[in-house]
Ligand binder design. Structure first.
Ligand SMILES: C[S@@+](CC[C@H](N)C(=O)[O-])C[C@H]1O[C@@H](n2cnc3c(N)ncnc32)[C@H](O)[C@@H]1O
Length: 381
């Protein structure tokens, strides 16, 4: 299938560059980043050789249709209407097959689909995650409560068709929320999270902790961050907003004493387990708000040699930046999936830091999003 042949491009809200071929997308994204960061140097985009089927996290929302029917698909952009998806250019193919089987099982087993208006029904969303290097998959069912009808039979049938599924979770909640998974995650099949491999590390993927959706490009992102950060033995490195702690683990592997701070308890639990499984003793993970942690660190009078900042789309906070400036690490590597936000925050550092080149990376082909990385080096007066 070529980009222009995508049968869902008119309704589906997942892509915005559906009609453009990869080369055209890269050109447009590069121009955009150069315009936005016109006062800084910009490197050529780190693009993918093959930008199809990269998404390792594939979601389907279930909606009732008519008296007894239902559909499963992706939300239309800006609406709560669901578009059924047959083909997709960006989703992992294995995950898509698993979703097809789940749709079929929901139908023949008569599982009720949740109705947001009435609060009746059971199944809300299904999230499939692919560990690209190991070929393992996890499935999370977002459901009204934990009483999945005839769960054992459902799991047996699903696993019979897809033995590659190594972990299944239920996430029971009724809240209307833009965040798909909220509250407790109950593992109903498998022992712990599925495992992937990246840059020599064993990676654990729970149902809801953050993992870059494009595994190939995540590898390049982490390589770039490590190159810019250049962590060394005898140095202390802080990975703020560390998710499952991959960059802290890589910095520790390079000999530094590393710390990772993150708010999501599942991600921190995975990070601690990864520390054990990868046998990396010189790293500590802290479950804490990054701003609070940074302020406490700055007030303690302790130093930090190098810091990685990788906040969510909303960016970090002015208080976190203030504390970071007091801490005054020699290098700060800022990773941002929201270049506009990064552009607004850069001037806050410029009294004390030299801002290096902006490195754009195409983490999300067929969408307008761009990942950006920048190294800031302390000006020693
Ligand atoms: C863009 S992700 C980066 C994850 C990680 N650095 C990686 O490469 O996989 C942002 C992370 O920040 C976490 N987060 C969001 N708000 C936070 C806060 N106030 N304090 C600490 N972590 C937070 C999210 O849970 C998420 O894991």
């Amino acid at each position: 299938m070529k980009p222009k042949d995508c049968p869902h491009f008119k309704e589906c809200g997942a892509c915005d560059f559906r009609l453009a071929f990869p080369k055209g997308q890269i050109k447009k994204k590069q121009e955009y980043i150069e315009r936005l960061f016109k006062d800084y140097g910009v490197s050529p985009m780190l693009a993918m050789d093959d930008s199809y089927f990269y998404r390792n996290k594939v979601v389907r929302t279930y909606k009732p249709r008519g008296k007894r029917g239902f559909l499963s698909g992706i939300y239309e952009k800006g609406s709560h209407w669901v578009v059924p998806i047959e083909h997709c250019l960006i989703e992992d193919e294995g995950a898509k097959q698993i979703h097809k089987t789940i749709h079929y099982l929901v139908k023949i087993r008569g599982i009720d689909v949740f109705n947001e208006d009435t609060g009746q029904g059971y199944l809300r969303h299904v999230l499939v995650r692919a560990a690209k290097a190991t070929g393992e998959y996890s499935v999370t069912f977002v459901v009204r409560d934990k009483h999945f009808p005839k769960l054992d039979g459902f799991i047996k049938a699903l696993r019979k068709k897809h033995p590659e599924i190594k972990a299944i979770y239920l996430n029971p909640h009724k809240r209307r929320t833009p965040v798909l998974i909220e509250g407790e995650l109950l593992q109903v099949y498998g022992k712990g999270p599925v495992g992937d491999r990246l840059l020599g590390l064993e990676i654990l993927l729970s149902g809801d902790s953050f993992y870059q959706v494009n595994t190939k490009q995540a590898k390049r992102l982490y390589e770039l961050v490590m190159e810019l950060l250049a962590p060394r033995e005898g140095e202390e490195v802080l990975d703020a907003y560390c998710g499952i702690g991959i960059m802290a683990l890589l910095a520790a592997n390079a000999g530094a004493t590393a710390y990772g701070v993150e708010l999501n308890p599942t991600a921190i639990a995975d990070a601690r387990e990864m520390k054990k499984r990868n046998d990396i003793p010189n790293v500590t993970f802290i479950e804490e708000d990054a701003t609070k942690f940074m302020i406490e660190l700055a007030n303690s009078g302790r130093g930090m040699d190098k810091v990685i900042l990788d906040p969510p789309r909303t960016g970090t906070t002015p208080e976190c930046i203030d504390a970071l400036l007091t801490l005054a690490p020699e290098r700060i590597v800022y990773v941002s999936c929201n270049p506009k936000q990064l552009k607004e925050e850069l001037p806050l550092f410029e009294d004390k830091y030299t801002v290096g080149r902006i490195y754009p990376l195409d983490m999300f082909p067929f969408t307008q999003h761009v990942e950006t990385v920048v190294l800031m080096s302390r000006v020693d007066k």
